[in-house]
Write a protein that binds this ligand. Structure first.
Ligand SMILES: Nc1ncnc2c1ncn2[C@@H]1O[C@H](COP(=O)(O)OP(=O)(O)OP(=O)(O)O)[C@@H](O)[C@H]1O
Length: 347
């Protein structure tokens, strides 16, 4: 775990970048620093690996004060990924990834072999390893950046806006793969972003920074959406936080009505148990607009119920066979009860 204990940073020109920061980023989890520009996120991140020294306070990794450790050795045990990947332009992709292991004394051949495995792990081919960074797309370069940071198998990874230099589609796929990878590796990760949606999607915990490096709130994404600590956080989190918060609520317990129920003059048509559309009395067929399963969230079901011509979402089993339908009103009632539970009012 990484502990900030009353950490402040004032730069030489008098700028207070971080003010009295105390918080703990737990081991094996992703902690995201988010906030508007200039609120001290990068400064806080860089104090962890001593690229920036605090003016006061202490930072400990697994109980050890970082200032007591040799900066070069410290940084080898901490992976670091930055925007635009920051790759060495004159080294091949493979050698970029192999750099730190070689510094650590691993033979070049062995380091390259492992680098090849890592490239595969982040979704790149062996052939790409022979190229130079400029011969890859932005998204591919970011993947190399992640592979390079993982090469020394560091327990801690610091990531500064790692996915912000790519277009939204590439970004989405990088985020998904990053979560999958973290599911396997369980590193202690601290990531900086200015994008609250990214923070909510990737963070196990989110630290919202405000002006002057003040920590406005440290919470799980779910709690952040449900109960922002103040107006600044509420404004930063955004308007549709109620709806977005439903992504954290399971739809598994929603009561189902039989698939034969007529809703708004429409009946679900099944083919071998699988929904193929809603049909009206005149025999016209309208699309179901998708289905949900037991692992989906209330948000997904609410969305389907809104899109559905019948105003009802269809639940299917693992084989895609319809199990029942859920009307908008039932979703709304589940949302209301959940909110009451949150407020401690019971249901
Ligand atoms: N070397 C420096 N000297 C003086 N002031 C600095 C220095 N580096 C950063 N700052 C100032 O410290 C404050 C915090 O900067 P920092 O880069 O940590 O913010 P940030 O939240 O990461 O911002 P962004 O999202 O724009 O990257 C800003 O006001 C910045 O101008």
């Amino acid at each position: 775990m990484i502990e900030f204990d009353q950490v402040s940073k004032r730069y030489a020109d008098g700028t207070l970048a971080v003010g009295d920061l105390s918080m703990t980023a737990p081991s094996g989890a992703i902690t995201v620093f988010v906030g508007p520009s200039g609120c001290g996120k990068t400064t806080s991140l860089r104090m962890i690996n001593r690229m920036v020294e605090p003016t006061s306070g202490t930072i400990r990794i697994d109980g050890e004060d970082v200032t007591a450790q040799d900066p070069a050795l410290l940084r080898r045990r901490i992976g670091y990924v930055i925007q635009h990947a920051g790759l060495f332009p004159h080294r091949t992709v493979l050698d970029n990834v192999a750099t730190v292991p070689v510094l650590e004394g691993v033979s070049r051949a062995e380091a390259r072999r492992r680098a090849g495995e890592l490239l595969e792990r982040v979704g790149l081919t062996a052939a790409m390893g022979k190229r130079y960074p400029a011969q890859l797309s932005g998204g591919q370069q970011q993947r190399v950046g992640v592979a390079r940071a993982l090469a020394a198998d560091p327990p801690v990874m610091l990531m500064d806006e790692p996915f912000s230099a790519v277009d939204p589609v590439v970004r989405e796929s990088l985020q998904q793969e990053f979560l999958r990878l973290q599911g396997e590796l369980g590193k202690t990760i601290v990531m900086v972003t200015h994008d609250i949606d990214e923070a909510i999607k990737l963070g196990d915990h989110v630290a919202v920074f405000a002006e002057g490096g003040r920590l406005a709130q440290f919470a799980t994404p779910e709690d952040l959406l449900a109960a922002p600590a103040d107006e600044f956080v509420a404004g930063f989190v955004g308007r549709d936080r109620g709806y977005r918060g439903l992504s954290f609520a399971s739809a598994a317990d929603l009561p189902l009505e039989p698939t034969t129920t007529e809703i708004e003059g429409l009946v679900l048509v099944l083919d071998d148990g699988r929904p193929v559309g809603w049909q009206d009395a005149a025999g016209r067929r309208l699309p179901t607009e998708g289905t949900f399963g037991s692992a989906d969230s209330l948000r997904a079901v609410a969305d389907l119920a809104i899109l559905s011509p019948a105003g009802a979402a269809v639940r299917v089993d693992a084989e895609g066979r319809a199990e029942g339908v859920v009307r908008q009103a039932v979703v709304a009632e589940a949302v209301r009860r959940r909110q009451l539970d949150r407020l401690g009012g019971g249901a």
